[in-house]
Design a binder for this molecule. Structure first.
Ligand code: AHG
Ligand code: MN
Ligand code: MN
Length: 336
């Protein structure tokens, strides 16, 4: 069957809306606007080499990292696409230090907040390796007319929706509103995301481990033992595992979600708190992982979705993937 006869993302979002009695469509409208922003970014990423948009922007972000031109483009696209919809009371981006308020000239009173990593895998942009965008949406908590920090610093267990786009050999959009995980592939001919992977379930046990082993010298013993376990030979438990590491979290995560396995960014001597950001990267992907039957924990074995965030740009160690491998990582993290 031609994918052009398949389920569009609009149809799927509407179907899910009907599962929430009383929903007026604001949430669906917001999600759809976001999807349009992601299509704009996908389009730009695909022709980046032609458009003088590769390379560094000459600026650094809040974390002191060099911004690429596409980081800045993706960030601006999402902000400008979403700020006048009336759905949001504010946004937070990995590339922006504070809360992004909705300017007075735009409709006020939005009930939701949007957090995003506009372009994940920045170091891969210029070399044609998969990159992506990660997002999450919470309901506003405070009674402030504008949004307050507490509206953003919510644990992942409060999430309404999360997902990501991967700009890879094809562009995919994967999201969950808590009713399972659905994957769509962009049909570039008609510019629509078509449901290609309904109700994604990650294999309960995988064969892949993903970690930057160049950091081995900085790891603690727990980590060395854990990776030793994944690389030792044992036929009964299907070891050794295969190693796969792209260096774009979103693409590494997506591959492991589909094939099964574990992605790890542990604490190390260079980054004792880990490298990845709790709010923009770990929480949204943990939500997707759990919805697909997997899990996600920090270096204390605590569930990522239960961590109370303390600041917008907080980092966390991350162990995420199939149920069995996350359990194995918890065992080693506990010292056993
Ligand atoms: P970002 O491009 O949003 O700053 O994120 C980069 C992250 C993540 O995508 C990836 O998993 C990790 O950095 C790779 O880090 P190392 O190069 O240290 O392995
Ligand atoms: Mn990132
Ligand atoms: Mn980024």
């Amino acid at each position: 069957m031609s994918t052009r006869l398949g389920t569009t993302i609009t149809k799927k979002i509407m179907e899910e809306q009907r599962q929430f009695p009383g929903a007026k469509g604001d949430f669906s409208g917001m999600l759809y606007e976001l999807v349009v922003a992601l299509k704009v970014i996908a389009y730009e990423v695909n022709k980046a080499g032609l458009m003088n948009i590769l390379g560094q922007a000459g600026t650094t972000n809040v974390q002191g990292e060099i911004q690429q031109k596409l980081d800045v483009f993706a960030n601006t696209t999402i902000i400008h696409k979403m700020d006048h919809t009336g759905y949001l009371c504010g946004m937070a981006s990995e590339e922006v230090e504070g809360i992004i308020e909705i300017a007075d000239k735009h409709p006020q009173g939005g009930k939701y907040v949007l957090l995003f990593d506009p372009l994940d895998g920045s170091t891969n942009i210029d070399v044609n390796v998969s990159i992506g965008t990660i997002f999450s949406i919470y309901k506003k908590k405070s009674n402030n007319p504008k949004c307050a920090m507490e509206d953003f610093l919510q644990p992942g267990s409060n999430l309404l929706a999360a997902g990501y786009a991967v700009y890879g050999s094809s562009t995919m959009f994967v999201y969950s509103t808590g009713l399972g995980v659905h994957g769509f592939t962009l049909d570039p001919g008609v510019g629509e995301f078509i449901l290609s992977h309904p109700n994604i379930k990650s294999p309960p046990k995988g064969r892949i481990y993903s970690v930057n082993e160049g950091n081995r010298a900085y790891w603690d013993d727990r980590m060395k033992k854990m990776v030793g376990y994944f690389t030792d030979e044992d036929e009964a438990t299907g070891r050794p595992y295969s190693s796969r590491y792209i260096g774009s979290l979103v693409a590494d995560f997506h591959r492991n979600l589909m094939l099964g396995g574990i992605f790890m960014y542990p604490p190390d001597r260079k980054s004792p708190g880990g490298k990845l950001r709790l709010m923009y990267e770990a929480i949204p992907l943990a939500f997707i992982a759990e919805q697909a039957g997997g899990g996600a924990v920090n270096a204390n074995g605590e569930r990522i979705l239960e961590i109370q965030p303390e600041s917008l740009h907080q980092r966390t160690p991350l162990f995420i993937g199939s149920k069995e491998e996350v359990e194995i990582s918890k065992r080693f993290l506990a010292g056993g």
